[in-house]
Design a protein. Structure first.
Length: 230
């Protein structure tokens, strides 16, 4: 497939973490995206435009290594889909699976740091010159569970920073730990959080506002479906 540029497009990436639920909420609150990209089995749950599955198809068709994802993934990748499924290799049993444009992405970005599937999707957004990303389900760790897959989180946050540095706007599901989005606003600035009146960080119409906690006035009601934009 020829990878046409999506310069300036608004894209949602929906991965497997818990905060993917906010994607459904965003749709219910009339959020619209030019494209929706799925990570692995979310491609069998939501209506999407592209799917990223960087393991070889054989992992899902010939083994049980993917655990509970195996059944759904096998159904999705063996059926001809209306969207491309990007992987590290093709398989005759999977009519919609295409090779991820790894050479083009590395050449375009000048970077080679990929240790999980979501990172490839974020790098693809840089490669495609996407304008705005809304990220759901790229979580990796939760407050009530031991931290895991931190190497994957670091890789994804690296690509999120590259995307932002090149002029993109990135939004994260409010309950996701990705980019410390779910951290209490008064805990976001290490060191300052120990002060008697710590600075409070809030988002007002897409702009980060820093003010003393004593001066912050919370909105009367939670704003459902509002994402952090950084």
């Amino acid at each position: 497939m020829k990878h046409e540029k999506l310069k300036g497009a608004t894209v949602a990436i929906v991965a497997m973490g818990r905060s993917q639920v906010s994607f459904a909420l965003s749709l219910a609150h009339s959020e619209a995206y030019d494209e929706v990209w799925a990570i692995n089995a979310t491609g069998g749950v939501y209506s999407v435009d592209r799917m990223f599955m960087m393991d070889p198809p054989s992992r899902f068709l010939d083994t049980e290594d993917a655990g509970s994802q195996t059944g759904l993934m096998a159904k999705v990748i063996t059926k001809e889909q209306a969207f491309p499924i990007y992987s590290c290799t093709t398989d005759a049993r999977c009519p919609s699976v295409e090779e991820y444009p790894i050479e083009g992405v590395i050449r375009e970005t000048g970077l080679c740091y990929f240790n999980n599937t979501a990172a490839y999707a974020l790098a693809y957004a840089v490669y495609q010159e996407v304008g705005e990303l809304s990220v759901f389900g790229i979580d990796f760790s939760y407050k009530n569970l031991p931290h895991f897959a931190e190497a994957g989180r670091a890789c994804c946050e690296f690509w999120a920073a590259i995307f932002s540095a090149r002029g993109g706007v990135i939004s994260v599901a409010p309950e996701s730990p990705f980019m410390d989005t779910s951290v209490d606003p008064v805990e976001k600035l290490y060191g300052y959080h120990r002060l008697p009146d710590p600075p409070h960080v809030s988002n007002e119409e897409g702009q980060l506002i820093i003010q003393p906690l004593s001066q912050f006035k919370a909105p009367p009601e939670p704003q459902d479906g509002v994402l952090y934009k950084g």
